[in-house]
Design a protein around this ligand. Sequence first.
Ligand SMILES: NC(=O)c1ccc[n+]([C@@H]2O[C@H](COP(=O)([O-])OP(=O)(O)OC[C@H]3O[C@@H](n4cnc5c(N)ncnc54)[C@H](O)[C@@H]3O)[C@@H](O)[C@H]2O)c1
Length: 444
Amino acid sequence: MSTASAELLSLPARLAGPRPTIVVVGLGYVGLPLCVELAESGAEVLGLDVHAGLCAQLNEGRSHVGDISDAQLARAREAGFVAGIDARVVARADAVVICVPTPLRKTKDPDISYIVAAGQAVSAHARKGQLFVLESTTYPGTTEELLVPMLEERGLTVGVDVAVAFSPERVDPGNPKYGIRNTPKVVGGCSPLCGNAAEALYRRCCDHVHRVSTPATAETVKLLENTFRMVNIALVNEFALICRQLGLDVWEVIEAASTKPFGFMPFKPGPGLGGHCIPIDPHYLAWKLRAHNFTARFVELADAINSKMPDHVVEVLTDVLNDAERAVKGSRVLILGVAYKPDISDMRESPALEVITHLARKQANVSYHDPFVARLAIEERQYQSVALTAATLSEADAVVVITDHRSFDWDFVLKHSRWIVDARNATVKARAAAPELAKKVRTI
Ligand SMILES: NC(=O)c1ccc[n+]([C@@H]2O[C@H](COP(=O)([O-])OP(=O)(O)OC[C@H]3O[C@@H](n4cnc5c(N)ncnc54)[C@H](O)[C@@H]3O)[C@@H](O)[C@H]2O)c1
């Protein structure tokens, strides 16, 4: 086995030193918070993105990520953070961290084109003594099968000339309790020295770094975490459907089961999965396994159940309108909350999109209110968030709660709405406080 070059041997110490240079590729929900945290640690951080307008905006001090305030961005800029589109900055870096998107194609197969493009741009300027970390969520094997060959084609041997690792991002947008610093960071290097370099990098901004033996292990850790959530959400969604068949309140069942102090962990049913992670990542795993002639059955079943939940919401709404002797066609339906989860503006994969699409196809007259999302375009239809007033609530034949933003006043919503389909059980306290109004509400 070849021995590591002097440039590589000195890398962990440089990364732990006072001012290493770090390039973060992809300045979105994952990349920008990492830039800010690394800049706070004293590193020189250079952001690289393909979106020139975004780089200009960040260089003017305007953050586009909810978890990063303009003040935090200003501090990072004072510490030297600059964003740009020129990949030549990679040549100056001690470490390069890739945080580009990993969406699905229409066929639900992985779209790794962003990793390929970023990997090519970065490896074109790679040199001895650098660390390359992939943070994008992806299928097991991507780091070693895709990124490593790109660097080796440039004549750089991994573990000898350069270090390569995978470290999954666990950021939970909008979570006020857990951020980069206090969320343990899993790191898997291609060799022990690669792992040492990655650990030195993340020790700058994470209180706890957990090493695993290989990049593929680290890639699989992330997929286990997200498949765990996807499957448990599907289980509880199926319980919502089961309870409906049995005429029971699933929320009461969950609340009571949650009193068990061991062996039970509550998950909540809802209108369907949303966001850039849980609905998408497990398909990366399933895709990889198909190449091994193995079916990831839990993933497929969970996907089938979760993706039917928007239909279920529409079905419950149809029943509510039916009881009020109204057809869906022509009914005025107000959607409350369209972001995929509370207190953020992210609409990616939001179940609200499906619910609105179904209702619009049935010719309901749909409007929405979301304090975080001013406007929406779905299937060439444009929507604008309406004000949440007594009039907008009472004028709607039914209100459908999709996202339970903390700012919503549920007593007010309950008081003024005619009928409510509550897909989040958000009105539970308001109903307890005004039991005479509770009959307006149908949960899922
Ligand atoms: N958002 C989350 O909550 C979250 C959590 C954990 C993991 N992840 C994973 O992290 C990765 C990034 O997700 P995100 O939410 O930050 O995405 P994002 O869409 O918010 O940001 C990605 C950025 O990468 C840029 N980009 C695309 N191609 C590029 C290229 N070739 N070179 C440079 N920049 C490029 C885009 O312009 C964009 O600004 C994904 O794999 C995602 O699954 C996301």
